[in-house]
Design a protein around this ligand. Sequence first.
Ligand code: DAH
Length: 350
Amino acid sequence: MADLIAEIHALETRAAAAIATAANSEALQNTAQEFIGKKGALTNVMKQLGALTPEERGNVGKAANEFKAKLEALLAQKTSALQNERFAKLAETEFIDLSVTPSPYAAVNAVTPFGGHIHPIAQTQKKLEDIFTSMGFSIVDGPQVEDDYHNFGALNFTDDHPARDMQDTFYTKTGYLLRTHTSTVQIRALERMTPPLRIIAPGRVFRYEEVDASHEHTFYQMEGMIIDREVSVGNLLHLMQTLLTEIFGRAVDVRLRPGYFPFVEPGFELDMKCLVCDGKGCSVCKHSGWVEVLPCGLVHPNVLKAAGLDPQQWQGAAFGLGLNRLVMMQHGIEDIRHFMSGKLDFLRQF
Ligand code: DAH
């Protein structure tokens, strides 16, 4: 029995030394496994208990429990010490003294002052606004907290349409919702303006989404709509080609598929060959080589009617550009979560 207790004490000395010198949490985890893991050294000792009297077993068991408790305490201590070290290092490298006026001549506190700049999504939004205003479009806006009518009803979503399901939409307790798309602004514009009209509506939208590399719960879209006496799919395609060529500075590979949206007929999905992986497949294009960037179509007669327009007199075309995805294509950004991460390392690249 004395042998086994001595063995446990020896383990304790070795384990304490290993913990004291561990450089990171991975090393700590390995040490824990080595000594008190299922297949660790303590388990081996305990296997020899069978040969002892019940009283001896009790004594060794007590020593084993004490050893385990001590080790766990040491591990916890070291874990928080390592974390503090990490925070201290971060505090040194990311230190900003807000009371100091940045001087263009001297590096203050050895931290080069960094001027703020426009977020990459807003940069692209601005560029698109320039392109569209040069083609006679007005920029319009609408509320982010919306009612069911503007987000769904007026856009020809039937009462039982699956997109009204709680899973896609954030509802407020007072019967409103966070707009799930900028198509709401089509309705707001039709209420305020008289056709013919051309509008774009960039803005923030929200979905009740499982967040991953290609899905966010908060993202940006830009809606576009033209209403005129005669509007065709040809007009729509021309608009979208202009948009993409201007943004990318060259022709990009696109494909058009039929797509269903209640507020357009016919409706299309315009996909772009993924520029992050050049069509080979990556997390951004969900390994398909193509990215949906521009769903679009001709405005459904029911939408025109809801706005008090006669579908015999007026026609429309609309598109809903996914701004985050477009910017990801522009800059080869592989994860949509970067945009709202607030990480300066990410933002400073643009
Ligand atoms: N609002 C749609 C969405 O967010 C996108 C969309 C599709 C907008 C077709 C349009 C359109 O204007 O014509 O999923």
